[in-house]
Design a protein around this ligand. Sequence first.
Ligand code: ATP
Length: 341
Amino acid sequence: MTSIATLGSHCSLQVLKGAKDEGLKTILVCEKKREKLYKRFPFIDKMIIVDSFKEVLDQKCQSILEENNAVLIPHGTLVAQMSSEEIESIKTPVFGNKWILRWESDREMKEKLMREAKLPMPEPVTDPSQIEKLVIVKRQGAAGGKGYFMAANKEDYNAKRNQLISEGIISKDETLYIQEYAAGVLAYLTFFYSPLREELEFFGVDQRHESDIEGLGRIPAEQQMKSNKVPSFNVIGNSPLVLRESLLDEVYKMGENFVEAAKRVVAPGMNGPFCIEGVYDENAKFKSFEFSARIVAGSNIYMDGSPYYSLLFNETMSMGKRIAREIKAATESNQLDKITT
Ligand code: ATP
């Protein structure tokens, strides 16, 4: 029997609940400190207790996963806590495409893939001296928005960077990525591409709530001006969003372009869940600043199914369950190598 395994964080609960609902065995790689939390959930069949998630790379952990015919579901915590080399060295079959996760982590590769997919993007700024309008400054990898800041010009950039270095939030030798700030309504568009059915599904939209940039909006300008704190974009949670129906066609087009580009650029392509993240401006034009090439935590909102999936499936379908269903279908038709790397 196939097992579904994942790291105990991010979206592990819905991934394992979905797997259990599909009749698969569930395994959680769980840090000792979170054992008590995850023991509360009866759908977790087995826990591999570790001191650190990196132990998933060790022979011991890999053997347990192999004995259980496990497929590992990658999520944001895996991407945030392991290097691309480490992820690529995982011997357990990884759902989707583990090679594309490097393209998610490296800002230049990310930009290249997004250009290949013809996604409209805010312009990157190569040097602080070229900052002419409001920019956002980001760190490498899936930092979850922590330590990001906005700057209006070079002096502003230098002052904020120095402040964050002195506060120990970013390091002196860190290469920062500067991008034009796109104003509008945030929208994180989640899709699922099935290589078995060769079909793209649109799962849903969410918005992220980020601290303390959102908190700023609750403070009158007078107090804002007196504060010299650099606001961060640390993600705290997510909430649902539905789009004007007239925007859906463009959404599918973006998803399809992304799948097509990924197939060309990083074999075997963008299989499984992925997310295109950006902003709709005043003309309802989308600008994308980011993609995630795996399940995103925003899908946690729809553990009981999303509005768009209720149009495609006549049953409750979470992203965790959709993943499990794909794995089940691939196992039954002997095509597991088509959906894992
Ligand atoms: P993750 O990998 O966890 O998705 P990340 O660390 O790669 O996140 P981004 O998603 O690129 O970071 O950015 C974090 C947040 O910063 C976004 O959710 C958004 O609120 C804001 N942001 C990023 N880029 C832009 C932009 N160009 N214009 C406006 N806001 C932006």
